[in-house]
Structure formats: C-alpha cells, structure tokens
Design a binder for this molecule. Structure first.
Ligand code: CO
Length: 199
C-alpha cells in the first residue's frame, strides 16, 4: 500500500515529467480552463475519467458519484452541469456508467447497506420502471449488466430534462448528451447510442 508521503513524491515526478514535455503546460493551464467535455461518471476507483480517455488536465470537467446518478434535486450535480453549460460552454456531456458497478449490484440486492440505500433508491426506481425487461432474465450477471445500461440511459434523460440543458437548447446552444458504458475487464468504452442533441 502507498503511504501518503509516497503520493506527494509521485506528484513531484509527474509534474516534472509533464514540464519536460511542455515547459509551459502548468502556467498556461493556470490562466484559464476551457475543457471540451463534461464527464458524469461513477466514483469507482477503477473508472478514472481522464485516464480512460487519455486526456491531460484541462480537457475534461468531471462530476462523479456512486453509480453516476443525476438527481433533479442534487444541487452538487446541478451546479456542475450549470457551470459546465452556462460558463464553460461545454458542447458535450458524457454520462458514463460501467459494468461491475457496486452501486448497481447493491441496488439489486435485498440487503441493507445503511445511508446509501437512500441514494440507491434512484436505481431501484429504474429497475421498477423497466421490470418487464428483466422478466425473462434468470442470470444475475445479465440482470446486472442490463441495469447498468438502463441506468446510463435514464441518467442521460435526467441530464436532458434539467432546466439548464433545456434552456441551453431553447437558446440554440450547441450541446449534446451522450451515454457510454465502460467494461472493467478490458478497459473498453461503448457508446450506448442514446445521444441527445439540441440547439
Ligand atoms: Co460504479
């Protein structure tokens, strides 16, 4: 296990490596940020936004929570979306889920996990809305995969239905919302092809 002091050392080496490639990298970035993407993903340590799309600091604005949920009353997530759309004028929002998601797995279980059950209630709602789609599936793994995908699709719809995105589209702002899913065992992202665009 790495000690915190080792992390600080890693950071020095990382910053030096970047500066070696581009001496002005940090000074330029410190002036302003103009990321091209807003990433809404799971907090899972195995799905780090910048790394899996191979992007350096400055390119992606990121919001992560357990199971990449977009709740209409979550001012944290809504504030991120508002800043990204209205101030940074980001043109692409990516909602990224992943197979093997612990949050989705917990939502499918009949077991208590404490406070987090309130958050996972949003996922259980999705299961209930789409119950017919699960009716013929016996395999738990397949059920899990399907709920991971449906969750992304549902969260894309939730992003689109925010007043922020609705207003942006009404005003003709170029903005697309995408739904992607990541596979932990091969590191590959799939486009679920539910892109919504307006403007
Ligand atoms: Co997850």
């Amino acid at each position: 296990m790495s000690k915190p002091s080792e992390l600080l050392l890693n950071n020095r080496l990382w910053a030096a490596k970047i500066k070696q490639q581009n001496p002005d990298f940090f000074t330029q970035l410190s002036q302003q940020q103009s990321p091209e993407y807003l990433w809404i993903g799971c907090a899972d340590s195995r799905v780090p936004a910048n790394q899996i799309i191979d992007m350096l600091p400055g390119r992606v604005f990121v919001h992560r929570n357990i199971a990449n949920v977009v709740v209409h009353t979550d001012f944290n997530c809504l504030s991120v979306i508002q800043y990204a759309v209205e101030v940074l004028k980001i043109k692409n929002i990516i909602v990224c889920g992943h197979y093997g998601c612990g949050g989705i797995r917990a939502a499918l279980e009949n077991q208590s996990h404490g406070l987090i059950d309130n958050w996972l209630g949003h996922i259980r709602d999705i299961y209930r809305y789409h119950q017919d789609k699960f009716a013929g599936i016996e395999d738990d793994g397949k059920k899990h995969d399907l709920l991971c995908e449906l969750n992304v699709i549902e969260q894309v719809a939730n992003v689109c239905n925010t007043t922020i995105v609705q207003n942006a589209w009404r005003e003709g702002q170029e903005l697309s919302v995408h739904g992607w899913i990541y596979r932990l065992d091969d590191g590959i992202l799939q486009d679920l092809k539910v892109t919504a665009a307006g403007g």
